[in-house]
Every structure is written in C-alpha cells, then in structure tokens.
Write a protein that binds this ligand. Structure first.
Ligand code: FE
Length: 207
C-alpha cells in the first residue's frame, strides 16, 4: 500500500467560523465538500483539538468561507497557527462580516461563504464529521479557489536561511511557524503542534 496516494486527492482550504454566546472563533480546515444537492448539504470533518470544533458541536451552526488563490499567508497564521482558547482570533481583524445566522464570514482572500446548520454528527475519534444543511450562501469573488497544493507552492513562505544553534545541540525547526523540536531525530509521523504541518516541513539544524 502506498500511503502517498492520499496526497493525490484534491483538497480545498476553508475558514470554519462559529459563534457561541458572545464569543467568535474560527479555524482552517481542508475537509469541506458538498454531499447532496436536493436538499443542499455539505460535510466538514473537524479535529477535536480545535476550539471551533466545540463551538460547532455546542451550537449546531457554522460558516465555511472558501479561501481563494488571493488568500494571504496571514490568514493561515491568524486562523491556523494559534488556538481560539488562548486568543480572540478576530482581535485587530477587519476582513469579516456577519451573515444572517450571526456568525462571521471572511471577506478578504475568499470567493464565497456557506452558512450551514448541523443535521448529523459522527464521532471519528480524532475528528467529528458534521453533515449540515445549507441555509445561506453567497459568491464573494471570481478568483479561483485555492487548493492545498496551490497553498504549498504559492502561499506558504519559502524556506528561510538556516539559523545557528548551540554547539552539539540538534533542533528541528518548523519552516512554517518556527516551532522548535529538540532531539537528534524527528519522528516521521511528527505533526507540528502549532501549525499542524508534517515532519517534511521541518529542517534539521545542528550546532
Ligand atoms: Fe509549525
């Protein structure tokens, strides 16, 4: 079995947003897709470690903003590289509006948004799969939707020059967010705890 086959599936990228009480949050997902047309339903799979996951589970409502090729890396940093448990991801941000359900959607670097209401949930261990009916949606731009591949090739910053480290010490540094793992070998299945990028996005730095 060739595990790399999964890399040949296409994935879009989306900002999933929710609102619970007076609190707004959002996270980046790559798992939104239409599952039926009549009625219009979408599915999303969300990692349980995301604060937004708990908000969607608690309220049964969410918006999916579809990221386009015009999306700036700062959107990924804001919504993907920090936790809504620690920070308000909308602090100092102006590129959003509220849809009719009262939840924010993203107006920059996106080409559409979908408001949905959860019909069914399926516990998948690490993730919850939500099946939701579409309640409202609109097109925001004609810029093509980004794919995960486009993000990797065009939006994600290129590797920075290698920094120095103390003599005799080995660290693995995430090229995306700068997280440092200390140790001789980085496990092959390591996932960056900050930005969720895989071991292949780490560079070895030896002193
Ligand atoms: Fe990282």
């Amino acid at each position: 079995m060739n595990e790399k086959t999964m890399f040949n599936l296409t994935y879009g990228l989306f900002v999933l947003t929710a609102r619970q009480g007076e609190k707004d949050s959002g996270c980046i997902i790559n798992t939104a897709g239409q599952v039926t047309a009549v009625p219009n339903r979408i599915s999303i799979a969300v990692n349980k470690t995301n604060y937004t996951h708990d908000m969607v589970l608690g309220t049964g409502k969410f918006n999916v903003s579809i990221l386009s090729e015009a999306a700036d890396f700062s959107i990924f940093k804001r919504f993907g590289f920090q936790s809504g448990r620690d920070v308000n991801k909308f602090d100092g941000y102006a590129n959003m509006k509220r849809s009719e359900n009262g939840i924010y959607y993203i107006t920059e670097g996106t080409n559409g948004y979908i408001s949905a209401s959860v019909e069914q949930t399926l516990d998948l261990g690490t993730h919850t799969l939500f099946i939701a009916s579409v309640e409202d949606m609109d097109v925001l731009s004609s810029v093509p939707s980004t794919t995960y591949t486009y993000y990797q090739n065009n939006i994600k910053p290129k590797p920075q020059p290698k920094p120095e480290t103390e003599k005799g010490k080995t660290i693995w540094r995430c090229r995306i967010c700068g997280y440092e793992y200390v140790g001789e070998e980085l496990p092959a299945d390591f996932i960056c705890p900050i930005c969720k990028h895989p071991a292949s996005d780490f560079e070895k730095i030896t002193g």
